[in-house]
Design a protein around this ligand. Sequence first.
Ligand code: S3P
Length: 451
Amino acid sequence: MNSQKSGTRPVSSHRTGPLTGTITVPGDKSMSHRALILGGSATGTTRVTGILEGEDVLCTAEAMRQLGARVEKQPDGSWAVTGRGVGALTEPDRVLDMGNSGTAARLLMGLVASAPFTTFFCGDASLHKRPMRRISDPIGQMGAVVTSRSGDRFPLAVTGRDLMPIRYELPVASAQVKSAILLAALNTPGTTTVVEPKPSRDHTENMLRHFGARVEVETDTGGGRIIRYDGQQELTAADVIVPADPSSAAFPAVAAAITPGSDIRITNVGMNPLRDGIFTTLRDMGATIDIENLRTEAGEPVADIRIQGGTLKGIEVPPERAVSMIDEYPILFVAAAFAEGTTIMRGLEELRVKESDRIAVMAEGLKACGVTCEELEDGLIIHSSGSTPPQGGATVATELDHRIAMSFLVLGMRTEHPVTVDDGRVMETSFPGFTRLMTDLGAKFTEEQAG
Ligand code: S3P
């Protein structure tokens, strides 16, 4: 993995008819990171099936190797992760390259905060712009030392110490911050408490339990959560089955929902209730979505999703739903561009500090494609006639953001003229094989190699 990529690969998306077929999208990114980190911190060998082999997760795999875990792909496609137990990380002999991944960066900063050495981190140009004070503040309060350039941005170094447990109220509902603190707590004596204003994805808590640890979770009167973790518990290897990523499923789901006559199934999708806001919202907009074969696998709900194309209508999306679909707004903006009427989406300040400023980058690209939208500090309002498709015909800058690339390729499937994204390689971050899978459903993409 090298953060200094050269060359670009523009991809164009052409207007298509109804989409049909059954697909399985790649494994859940959040769960894949956590399986490697917790598996690599447990004693014994954890077999992980369904792991996402995207660039973000490969960064975490390499980092865990550097920290002393054995991480190997098996001939049957599963991954074997062997750790040395809590408190037994070893000092990396090189800088950990986190590539494009905010999750890898933040979770691993938490993990190494209690290790008796200094870990150096770097990433790509997008990651170097992202705020890290949200991690250096709490792990600093626990006793770790973070050395960085101004603004607590990457590249930076974390010097681990014997930490003290803290009670930390998250200023923003962020699963990455919550998880970083819980990972710092792994090897910290006493009880660490994290208070979150709104429940964010709870894969770390679920997986800690799966590895045999006790995690106490209480819901407070305002709907927030209080999570308590007693440090220095043993973690024991436990096999993990990673379901397909609902955030990746959102792209074919929206493509089908905006294309009348479509009828697709996406199998084995993770349906954690703290992640499923996009499907609720698409239904509120009038999409026909059936959840079939709902079951539980390795402690997480999983289902097949059937989506039929039709007509969508604009709605006001409840801002409190944002945390359960924070990564899905770029593709929801695309759905809104084909919905009849006005769609109002607010409470999205966090979108400005994702892999790109997703409000600004999406607004600019949508306008270039003929979509009428109003950018707000905390959201976007999209106006659409529903019946006349946007003209398209633009080339959009993806700004090293996989979800921007995939969103505009879905937009181009329904616009009058093709839509081009300047660099399709960024999709490898979370969704390797995106163009092939979408083509299986009926999408038409053309790719060119550029300098
Ligand atoms: C993630 C949490 C979210 C999300 C990211 C993955 C995780 O970030 O946007 O893609 O795996 O914990 P925040 O916790 O910063 O909102």
